[in-house]
Structures are given as structure tokens and as C-alpha cells.
Design a protein around this ligand. Structure first.
Ligand SMILES: NC(=O)c1ccc[n+]([C@@H]2O[C@H](COP(=O)([O-])OP(=O)(O)OC[C@H]3O[C@@H](n4cnc5c(N)ncnc54)[C@H](OP(=O)(O)O)[C@@H]3O)[C@@H](O)[C@H]2O)c1
Length: 330
């Protein structure tokens, strides 16, 4: 699969990456089968994907543990990306959410980052993390200066525990502060053909400065595969319950739009998921689409999008259709 540079790091990542949030299970994603998740990770790597994204918060360490087990025999074929900044061991940081009896806080305090990095290395069964990303940014209630966070991350890089530093869910103003303190190589924002808000700021900002973008939820958590019909229901705690596009009246409009793209799938001999991923990775400023998968067939299908190339007219037509949907009704 074609690769692109992770900013100035010298690390190359594939256009399609594997996201492992769902592999963590828990209330957001429900039951998961670890053996099946490991097969999915192997399928992605065997299909040419090299970037695997995880985080301590995905199943309170469970996703990292499963990824760690899966990559033991193929560590050198993987660019391993994880995160820091969501903390639940004590009351450092500002409260973000509660789940499974834990209070999760945002903390980019150097003390908590160091503890997190050691725990991630242990769970991932490795001596180096290729990309360490700050998961969510500090808030005014626990305002660790970005310069302090960066100083800590750069020391960890000098110690060889992490190879490169990235951010997630960061604004251009926050990235300005990171860049004033050191080198960030990537940003991980939310982006899909239905949620294009970062086209106004984050994408051009990163493109201008040579910062890679690893975009998340490109399939709108499966809705854009066309495989989630009107009958699927999600519990109140499910991640998909929070996405307005899944509400019946909105979902109907999305599925109707996808049905109108069947001729594009036929012409490019690809599935709907592949069509949508191909559109996503072809947008200006997008380096890689992080596609979540916990079944081998899904991981393999998503990886296959790396060889689907759409022409400008196809992409313009898809954009027009998505724009015509407007914002999801609430
Ligand atoms: N930095 C952040 O704050 C942040 C936030 C969200 C996500 N992320 C990262 O980005 C990754 C991707 O985002 P995401 O998981 O939210 O959304 P996504 O990639 O849009 O969707 C993933 C889900 O869609 C379904 N799916 C994927 N491919 C499929 C296929 N080919 N056929 C059928 N179903 C398919 C699967 O659901 P089922 O497994 O339920 O079938 C899968 O778990 C995450 O795993 C995580 O690494 C980061």
C-alpha cells in the first residue's frame, strides 16, 4: 500500500491505518472477542496496513493489551501509535466523563504522562512507542501549560521510549503552542465525508506546516459501510448512540445517499466502505484514515481501499451528495 511521511519524523505510514477503539470493548462498543480482534489485527497487517492506533482509554488498557499480544511476532512491521492524557488513577486533571465506575480526567501533567507511558509500554509489550499523541487537550480547570507537556514528551523521546510526538483533538491555536515548544509530527482529528468541519481550519493548517493528519471515524462508526440497516439499535451508552447520523430519520437519508453510489462501487470494483475510505484519504491534507475494525474480514476490506483511486468527478459528485444532506437533524 502507498505510504506517506508522518510529518518530519522520517516514519512512513500507510494511507489506511487500523483503529482499535472498538477492540477495547466496554460500554461504548459492547462485547468483543479478543481472539477475533487479534485475527483482525493480523489481517490488517497482512493486507499491508502498517499503522495501528490505540489508547489507554480504549477499554481501560484492554485495547493496548490486545494490540500488544497481536504484534509480538510482527513488531517491526508496525508503526505503533498510542496516546496519553486521559487519566483515572487519582484526581489529577479535569473531569471528562464517568464510565464503568471510573472518573476519567483530562491530564497532560508531566507526572501522569510518565506513569501512562510506562503502563502503555508494559501493556503493548514493547520498549518503544512510535507515535505518542496527546489524546484530548488540557482545559482551564487543569491548565498544564503545553510547553510543560512538550518538555516531558521530548525528554521521553530523548530517552528512546517514544519516537515521535503528535496531538489529537487539537485546535490550530493549540498546535501553535506545541510548535513553539518543539516538533509535533501529526494531528488526529475527527473527519468523514459527513463531518467535514476540519476542512476550514485543521486540515489547511497541518498541510501548510507539514503535519500529518490521521483522521478518525472515517466510516462514521460503520454507518458509511452501508451495512448498518434501519433495524440496528444501539444502547444508551453505545458510542453510536451519541452520533446524530444514527438516528432513524438521519440514518435513512444517509442510506439513501449510499444507495445512489452503487454505480461508483461497480465502476471501481469496490465495496461501499472502500469507496468512502478512498474518498477520505484523497482529500487535501489527509495523510491517513484510521479505520476501526475488530473482525478480520472488515480489516481486510478496509485495507483494500488503499488501492482504490477515484477520479475528480467521482469525488466531486460524492461531496455534492454529502453536502446536500446538510447537518443531521437532532
Ligand atoms: N483521537 C480520538 O479522540 C479518537 C476518537 C475516535 C476514534 N479514534 C481512532 O480512530 C479509529 C477509527 O474510528 P472509529 O472506530 O470511531 O470509527 P470508524 O473507523 O468510522 O468505524 C469503526 C467501526 O465501523 C464498523 N466497520 C468498520 N469497517 C467495517 C467494514 N468494512 N464492514 C462493516 N463494518 C465495519 C465496525 O463496527 P463493529 O465492530 O461494531 O461492527 C468498526 O468497529 C478508532 O478505532 C481509534 O483508533 C480516535
Amino acid at each position: 500500500m502507498a505510504t506517506r511521511f508522518l510529518g518530519s519524523s522520517g516514519i512512513e505510514v500507510t494511507r489506511v491505518g487500523l483503529g482499535t477503539w472498538a477492540i477495547g470493548g466496554g460500554p461504548w462498543w459492547g462485547e468483543t472477542d479478543d481472539a477475533e480482534s487479534i485475527r483482525a489485527i493480523h489481517a490488517a497487517v497482512d493486507a499491508g496496513v502498517n499503522l495501528i492506533d490505540t489508547a489507554p482509554a480504549y477499554g481501560f488498557g484492554h485495547s493496548e493489551e490486545v494490540v500488544g499480544r497481536a504484534i509480538q511476532d510482527r513488531r517491526d512491521r508496525v508503526v505503533l501509535a498510542t496516546k496519553c492524557g486521559l487519566w483515572w488513577d487519582d484526581d489529577t486533571g479535569s473531569v471528562f466523563f464517568q464510565q464503568s465506575g471510573k472518573t476519567v480526567r483530562r491530564s497532560l501533567d508531566p507526572r501522569t504522562i510518565r506513569i501512562e507511558v510506562e503502563a502503555s509500554l508494559r501493556r503493548l509489550g514493547t520498549d518503544r512507542i512510535d507515535l505518542m499523541q496527546t489524546h484530548w487537550q488540557a482545559t482551564p480547570e487543569a491548565p498544564t501549560p503545553i510547553a510543560d507537556t512538550m518538555a516531558c514528551l521530548m525528554r521521553l523521546r530523548d530517552e528512546g521510549k517514544i519516537r515521535a510526538i503528535g496531538v489529537s483533538n487539537a485546535t490550530p491555536a493549540q498546535m501553535d503552542e506545541y510548535l513553539a515548544a518543539g516538533a509535533i509530527v501529526s494531528c488526529q482529528p475527527r473527519y468523514s465525508i459527513l463531518d467535514r468541519s476540519i476542512e476550514a481550519d485543521v486540515l489547511p493548517y497541518c498541510q501548510k506546516r507539514g503535519i500529518a493528519t490521521l483522521v478518525y471515524s472515517p466510516l462514521e462508526q460503520g454507518l458509511l459501510t452501508g451495512k448498518i440497516g434501519m433495524d440496528r439499535q444501539f444502547g444508551a451508552e453505545a458510542a453510536r448512540h451519541m452520533i446524530p447520523w444514527f438516528r432513524p430519520e438521519n440514518r435513512r437519508r444517509v442510506l439513501d445517499m449510499l444507495a445512489r453510489w452503487e454505480d461508483l462501487c461497480d465502476r471501481h470494483a469496490c465495496s461501499m466502505a472502500q469507496l468512502v475510505i478512498a474518498w477520505t484519504v484523497a482529500q487535501p491534507g489527509v495523510t491517513c484514515a484510521l479505520c476501526g475494525a475488530r473482525r478480520p474480514e472488515d480489516a481486510e476490506e478496509n485495507a483494500g481501499a488503499g488501492s482504490v483511486h477515484l477520479d475528480d468527478a467521482d469525488m466531486a459528485r460524492m461531496r455534492r451528495d454529502a453536502e446536500a444532506l446538510g447537518q443531521p437533524g437532532t
